[in-house]
Design a protein around this ligand. Structure first.
Ligand code: FAD
Ligand code: N01
Length: 547
C-alpha cells in the first residue's frame, strides 16, 4: 500500500515473494530492495508487526530486554528509538514495527489482509507460482517464508467449544478494541507464557478468574521498570560491540553467564547466586550456572529454588503445591517471565483448577466441565498456544512441482538444511525455520542473521549467473541428525513441550529448534557460504526461451 492508501497494481513477475510482515518479512523486504531486487510481501493481517499485531492480550510484553529485542541493522534506527520500559509492552512493540514500516517506506510493497494459500514450483521456468485468497497470482524466482514460528494459534480439542454462550478469546487473536473484564467471571485455559502474563492483569478487573491448569510452569519475576536513562545511554553508546557480543552467545542475549557448574559450589553459595539472579529477574536466571540444561542434578538445584519461591509466595499450601512444577526440568519448557503471577493466586477472586488430575471433559453453554465438577464462567480465554514452528508453513500448500508437498515431506517431523531450506524445494527459504536456533534465542538476532544470509546468498547467485539454489538430501540428512544429536545431549527432550510438538495431538515428537547455540550456528552458516554454499546445489540458468 502507498502512503495515500492506494494499492499499486501487482507485478506478475518479480524476484521474490515474501510471506508475512512481522519483523522477519519487514527486514527481508528492506534488504532485498537495497540490493535492487523486486519483492512483494503478502500478509494476512491488516498491518505489520506479526506476533505484536495479533497478541494483544492484557499484559503482553517481550521477555528479552527491549534494548536487545530490537533491530540492529540500522544504527540510526537504534539510536533514535526510545524504549520506555525495560521490557516493552505489546502496544509499544507494535508502534516500533509501524515506525520501521514508515521509516523505510515498506508498506508500498506489502499486500495486507491477503493470505497465501498455495505456492507451486514451476520446474521448467524455475519460478514459484504463488496464489492468495484474494485471487492474486504472482510468479517469483524466490519464495521466502517469513510466516512466524508462533503464528498459528491453537484452540484445544475440547468437545462443546461451539456451545459456549459467553465470549471466547484466544490470546493470539485478541480483539483490537480490547476486552473489558470488569464484572465478568472468566475462565482461563492454559498456564504458559501468555496466560502467566495475562492472568494477573485480568484478575485486577474481573469479578472472578478460574484458571484451568494442565501443567504448572516455572516462572521468574521480570522486575520490569521504566527505562533508566543511564541504562539506555550505556546501550546506545556501545551498541556495535554489544550487538556483536550477542551474535556470539548461546541464545542471542547479552548477559552474564556464570561459567561454573551448579554442583561446583556449596549449597550456601549456590543459594546466594540464585537469590541474586531472582532479584535481577528474567531469563538470565537460567545463566546462573553453565550446566542447568545439560545436567539433571544441577538443574534440580535451580528447579528446587524456584519451587521454594512459589511455596513462599502462595499463601494456601494446596494451591502452592498445584502451582509447583515437578514433572520436568526447569527451562525445558520455555521459561516464563512474570509480573505478580504466583501472588495473584492469593487474591480472593482467583481460583486454580488442576485439570491434569481432573481433565476437562467438555465446554458447556455456561462454563467448563471437568471430571471433578462444573465451573461457571461467562467469558473464556484460551491461552492454549500455537502449532509452533511448522503450523503456519503446513497451512500453505507448498508443492515442489515434482509431486511432493512440504506437508508430506514433513509428515514425520520437519526436515531442513540449517532451518533455511528443505531438500527438494529449490529457491524456497524459511526465516527461523525448524532446525535453526530460532525460538530458543532472542528472535531479533536470529531473524537478522537469517535475512542477511539469504540476502547475501541471492546476491551471490546473481553474481554467478545461477538460477537458484537447492539443499542437497545428503546435507539435510546430516543436519537433521546433528540437530537431534545436540538436542539429546540436553534435558530438553524430557519435557512435553511445544518445542517437541507435544502440545498438538498427533504431531510427531521431534525437537524442532537447533540447540547448538546462536554463535556456533552463525559460524556454521558463514563457513558453508564461504565454502561455495557447501551442501547446496546451484541451479544453472534457465534457457532464455523458457523465461
Ligand atoms: P511473526 O511475527 O509471527 O509474523 C509472521 C506473519 O506472517 C504474521 O503476521 C502472519 O499473519 C503472517 N502469515 C503467516 N502465514 C501467512 C500466510 N499464509 N499468508 C500471509 N501471511 C501469513 N521472541 C523473543 O525473542 N523475545 C520475546 O520476548 C518474545 N515474546 C513473544 C511474545 C509472544 C506473545 C509471542 C507469541 C511470541 C514472542 N516471541 C518472542 C517470539 C516472536 O514470535 C518473535 O520474536 C518475532 O516477533 C517473530 O517474527 P516473525 O516475523 O518471524 O514472525
Ligand atoms: O502457549 P504455551 P503460550 N487443556 O504452549 C495449555 C512465546 N511467548 O501462548 O503445558 C488444558 O506455552 C498448555 O498445557 P500443557 C513463548 O515462546 C512469549 O503461553 O500443554 N490445557 C499450556 O499450559 C512461549 O513459550 C511470551 O500441559 C491446555 C498452555 O495451554 C510461546 O510463545 C509471552 C490444553 C499453552 O501454553 C507460547 O506461549 C507469550 C487443553 N486441551 C508467549 N491445550 C513472553 O513473555 C493447551 N493447554 C515473551
Amino acid at each position: 500500500m502507498t502512503k495515500d492508501g492506494s494499492t499499486p497494481p501487482l507485478a506478475r513477475n518479480i524476484d521474490a515473494v515474501i510471506v508475512g510482515a512481522g519483523f522477519s518479512g519487514m527486514y527481508m523486504l528492506h534488504r532485498l530492495r537495497a540490493q535492487g531486487l523486486s519483492a512483494i510481501v503478502f500478509e494476512a493481517a491488516d498491518d505489520v508487526g506479526g506476533t505484536w499485531y495479533w497478541n494483544r492480550y492484557p499484559g503482553a510484553r517481550c521477555d528479552v530486554e527491549s534494548m536487545q529485542y530490537s533491530y540492529s541493522f540500522s544504527p540510526e534506527l537504534q539510536q533514535e528509538w526510545h524504549w520506555r520500559e525495560i521490557y516493552a509492552p505489546q502496544p509499544e512493540i507494535l508502534r516500533y514495527a509501524q515506525h520501521v514500516a514508515e521509516r523505510f517506506d515498506l508498506r508500498r510493497d506489502i499486500r495486507f489482509a491477503t493470505r497465501v494459500e498455495r505456492a507451486r514450483f514451476d520446474r521448467e521456468r524455475l519460478r514459484w507460482e504463488i496464489a492468495t485468497d484474494r485471487g492474486d497470482r504472482v510468479s517469483a524466482r524466490y519464495c521466502i517464508m517469513a510466516t512466524g514460528c508462533l503464528s498459528a494459534a491453537k484452540l484445544p480439542e475440547i468437545a462443546g467449544c461451539e456451545k459456549f454462550r459467553g465470549a471466547t478469546y484466544h490470546t493470539g487473536h485478541w480483539p483490537h478494541e480490547g476486552v473489558d473484564f470488569s464484572g465478568r467471571s472468566v475462565g482461563v485455559i492454559g498456564t504458559g507464557s501468555s496466560a502467566i502474563q495475562a492472568i494477573p492483569v485480568i484478575a485486577r478487573d474481573a469479578k472472578h478468574v478460574t484458571v484451568f491448569q494442565r501443567t504448572p510452569n516455572y516462572s521468574i519475576p521480570a522486575h520490569n521498570r521504566p527505562m533508566p536513562p543511564e541504562y539506555e545511554t550505556m546501550w546506545k553508546s556501545h551498541y556495535p560491540e554489544l550487538r556483536a557480543r550477542a551474535w556470539e552467545t548461546r541464545n542471542g542475549i547479552v548477559y552474564d553467564l556464570n561459567d561454573q557448574s551448579a554442583l561446583a559450589v556449596d549449597a550456601d553459595q549456590r543459594q546466594r547466586i540464585y537469590e541474586r539472579r531472582w532479584a535481577a529477574g528474567g531469563i538470565p536466571f537460567m545463566a546462573a550456572f553453565n550446566d542447568l540444561i545439560v545436567n539433571a542434578d544441577a538443574n534440580e538445584t535451580a528447579a528446587e529454588f524456584v519451587r521454594e519461591k512459589i511455596r513462599a509466595i502462595v499463601h494456601d499450601p494446596e494451591t502452592a503445591a498445584k502451582l509447583t512444577p515437578t514433572s520436568y526440568p526447569i527451562g525445558t519448557k520455555r521459561i516464563c517471565v512474570d509480573t505478580d503471577y504466583f501472588a495473584t493466586f492469593n487474591r480472593p477472586n482467583v481460583s486454580l483448577i488442576d485439570v491434569r488430575e481432573h481433565p476437562i471433559t467438555a465446554i458447556t453453554e455456561t462454563g467448563v466441565e471437568t471430571a471433578a465438577g462444573h465451573y461457571e464462567c461467562d467469558t473464556l480465554v484460551f491461552a492454549t498456544g500455537f502449532d509452533a514452528m511448522t503450523g503456519a508453513l503446513n497451512a500453505i500448500t507448498i508443492d515442489n512441482g515434482a509431486g511432493k508437498s512440504l506437508r508430506d515431506k514433513w509428515a514425520a517431523g520437519p526436515r531442513t538444511y540449517l532451518g533455511l531450506m528443505a531438500a527438494g524445494f529449490p529457491n524456497l527459504f524459511m526465516i527461523t525455520g525448524p532446525g535453526s536456533p530460532s525460538v530458543l534465542s532472542n528472535m531479533m538476532v536470529s531473524i537478522e542473521q537469517h535475512v542477511d544470509w539469504i540476502a547475501r546468498c541471492l546476491a551471490t547467485l546473481d553474481a554467478r549467473g545461477a538460477a537458484g539454489i537447492e539443499a542437497s538430501e545428503h546435507a539435510e540428512e546430516n543436519w537433521v541428525a546433528h540437530v537431534n544429536e545436540v538436542a539429546y545431549k540436553t534435558l530438553y527432550p524430557a519435557a512435553n513441550s511445544w518445542y517437541m510438538g507435544a502440545n498438538v495431538p498427533g504431531k510427531p515428537r521431534v525437537f524442532m529448534p537447533y540447540i547448538g547455540g546462536v554463535g556456533v550456528y552463525r559460524e556454521i552458516c558463514e563457513k558453508i557460504a564461504a565454502n561455495g554454499y557447501e551442501g547446496f546445489h546451484l541451479l544453472p540458468p534457465v534457457a532464455a526461451a523458457a523465461e
